[in-house]
Design a binder for this molecule. Structure first.
Ligand code: GCU
Length: 665
């Protein structure tokens, strides 16, 4: 009797436990497309698990699927879905060739979500009658389930996507249209909201910037997807995701914190952007805040012994510093080209600028597979009597932006799709020819007897985190190099020089490598490593370029790492708000260029780049020139500051050309 009672009790407890467990498991079905795939396939399970929650996730996926198509599939049962399922163990299983019913009737769903295809998500006329029909269908067939609307996100500002045109290629317009449509869907059908779109928009207002997509529209596999999953978690479970212990691999602590808060604030306020200023590191432009600092001494070896003479500088100190900069700041990188690099001269003309300029387009294929290449434009004086000295520099917007001459090709579609998210200005498709005439004064450069060679920097590697997989890094995958974007841009300048060494019209012993801003940082690093460059010119290179980091003025190491996590190597993160620990400062990068002529400059309104820190770095570097090459050599370090903003102006070019006349003619 007691035994019987006991077993009944045990049974009852087991049943109850089972019941409770099944009650505690949240079953969620997304009827979506690649945007639901971004949101639920990867991290949602892990976030829930870290908070002691159990979830079963279904995702009815067809790439780019619209509400209309889903409803069509309700009517005719086409077997065109991949039905993804993440079970309680977190395993993701894909069932190909599923019909919509396979998902809808697979579990007793607690929540079913709907969404529109991203391109149409802000176009209200694309919603009905399909949304209404789908809502009716779900309510009838999954009674008791909570219906929720997945508010998708607007594209990255520089996305190249046919449907971006619906919103005038404007992220703001797209986001606002999505808001209107999502509030319509929720209001009309009493659905809950999963505000991924707002969460992403919040995060874009934080130091993460517009760096959350992997191709302009899908979310990045790291932070981007994590933000969406955090949003789903909080919207589904009604529990704050802030402080959740799960952090995807590759997501840094500050990114995790911002992601969670962006999601949390979006759930609290789904139909508008929340402020995220509290995550922005402070940027001081106040001389009284510059800390006391002691610059690392170029004249002392790492082991404390003094650097006595030129040969010790060249033989020991210089290599030691190069190594340190590679290990701690720019990342280690290959010394030469990848296997199979080759060049192709595509076109030549000698009638540009009224016959004064001869030009060529040359492709440098970085490897035999021809997948990654730069298309260079070369302008040369048509009347040159022999090889000429040239300026070599990357451009931000495509070769066509250098000139009014129609002969120069417009960017290809492939180039456009790698256009940098950080090129805040216009994309290449819309960038006008010679958009900023002062930046590259082709006629003036040519009239002074120089050539000008340039290429689009995004061809080397796209300028956003997760874009790097598509850049030249893929040729050196297993070689253990720690380079990121700046390392790659610098490396590409040496490859461009490899070509110039084969060009009979160019005096390759007289190539001045030039760059503005991030490309100035790259030019400096290229010039420091590759002694074939006869001269280096960095225009407003600033933090991580020619400004002293230890001044902690304007852009700091933490700021640059937060905003551009893909520029410097991982070790550089050690110096976030910890500049005093640096084993070098940027004056020593400049000194690595000695005894070759070096020109750096700044602009007074560009306090972000710290003009004073740039000038000081140049002065300190000049001491190395003077000590080891004689007092006169100090003048090989040129510097000017001008009034005005962050830019390259005709005035700057006058200085560069005068300086080049002294040393390259
Ligand atoms: C940002 C960044 C700078 C960089 C500049 C540019 O302002 O903070 O470090 O030099 O972009 O490349 O234009």
């Amino acid at each position: 009797m007691t035994r019987k009672l006991l077993s009944v009790l045990v049974l009852l407890t087991l049943c109850l436990a089972g019941f409770c467990q099944s009650r505690d498991t949240l079953r969620v079905l997304a009827i979506g497309n690649s945007f639901s795939q971004d949101a639920v396939n990867q991290y949602l399970h892990e976030i829930a698990e870290a908070d002691g929650q159990t979830i079963i996730i279904g995702n009815l996926y067809i790439g780019g699927c619209t509400l209309e198509r889903h409803y069509g599939n309700v009517l005719d049962g086409k077997e065109e879905y991949i039905y993804y399922k993440v079970g309680t163990d977190g395993e993701l299983v894909a069932h190909k060739g599923a019909d919509i019913y396979k998902g809808v009737f697979d579990e007793k769903w607690d929540v079913v979500t709907l969404q529109q295809a991203s391109g149409y998500s802000g176009l209200i006329m694309s919603y009905e009658p399909y949304l209404g029909e789908l809502v009716r269908y779900i309510r009838k067939n999954v009674p008791g389930a909570r219906l929720m609307w997945h508010q998708t996100w607007a594209y990255a500002k520089n996305a190249v996507h046919g449907h971006f045109m619906h919103y005038g290629n404007s992220q703001k317009d797209m986001y606002e249209s999505i808001l209107r449509c999502s509030s319509y869907a929720c209001g009309k059908y009493g659905m809950g909201i999963i505000p991924s779109g707002t969460a992403i928009q919040n995060a874009r207002r934080s130091p993460l910037l517009d760096n959350l997509n992997r191709d302009g529209f899908h979310l990045g596999y790291k932070v981007g997807r994590y933000i969406a999953a955090c949003t789903w978690y909080e919207a589904l479970f009604g529990k704050s995701v802030v402080g959740n212990a799960f952090c995807p691999e590759g997501v840094r602590p500050h990114q995790k914190e911002i992601a969670q808060n962006a999601a949390h604030r979006a759930v609290a306020k789904p139909f508008g952007i929340s402020k995220m200023w509290d995550f922005e590191p402070k940027e001081y432009m106040d001389e009284s805040r510059v800390p006391e600092y002691t610059l690392p001494d170029p004249f002392t070896m790492a082991d404390g012994t003094p650097v006595r003479n030129r040969s010790q500088w060249i033989g020991k100190r210089r290599p030691e510093l190069l190594q340190l900069f590679a290990e701690e700041e720019y990342g280690t990188s290959p010394k030469g080209p990848a296997e199979g690099m080759h060049f192709e001269v595509l076109r030549t003309v000698d009638t540009l600028y009224g016959g004064r300029v001869k030009a060529r387009e040359i492709v440098v294929y970085f490897a035999s597979d021809c997948k990654n290449a730069i298309r260079m434009i070369e302008f040369l004086p048509a009347d040159a009597q022999g090889p000429v000295p040239v300026f070599l520099g990357m451009n931000f917007k495509g070769n066509h932006s250098l000139t009014t001459e129609d002969w120069v090709s417009l960017p290809t579609k492939k180039q456009l799709s790698s256009y940098a998210v950080y090129d805040w200005t216009e994309r290449g498709s819309r960038a006008v020819r010679n958009g900023k005439p002062g930046r590259w004064d082709v006629e003036k450069i040519i009239s002074r007897g120089y050539g000008l060679v340039s290429y689009y920097y995004g061809d080397v590697t796209p300028d956003f985190d997760e874009g790097l997989d598509r850049g030249v890094h893929r040729y050196f995958k297993d070689s253990g190099y720690t380079w990121k974007a700046i390392g790659a841009w610098a490396w590409s300048l040496s490859r461009a020089l490899d070509y110039l060494e084969t060009d009979p019209d160019v005096d390759a012993s007289k190539v001045a490598v030039f760059g503005h801003s991030r490309l100035g940082k790259s030019a400096l690093w290229a010039g420091a490593q590759d002694e074939r460059f006869a001269m280096v010119i960095a225009n407003e290179a600033g933090c991580g370029g020619d400004a002293l980091s230890m001044r902690h003025y304007g852009e700091t190491i933490q700021l640059i790492n937060y905003h551009f996590p893909h520029w410097f190597c991982d070790n550089f993160w050690k110096y976030n708000e910890n500049e005093a620990a640096l084993p070098f400062d940027q004056h020593e990068l400049l000194a690595l260029i000695a005894p070759r002529p070096l020109y750096v400059c700044s602009a007074q309104d560009d306090q972000h780049s710290d003009p004073k820190g740039q000038e000081l770095a140049a002065q300190e570097a000049a001491k190395v020139y003077a000590r080891f090459w004689g007092a006169k050599a100090a003048s090989k370090v040129g510097y000017h500051t001008r009034e005005g903003k962050h830019d390259v102006t005709p005035e700057d070019w006058d200085h560069f050309l005068d300086f080049a006349d002294k040393y390259l003619k």
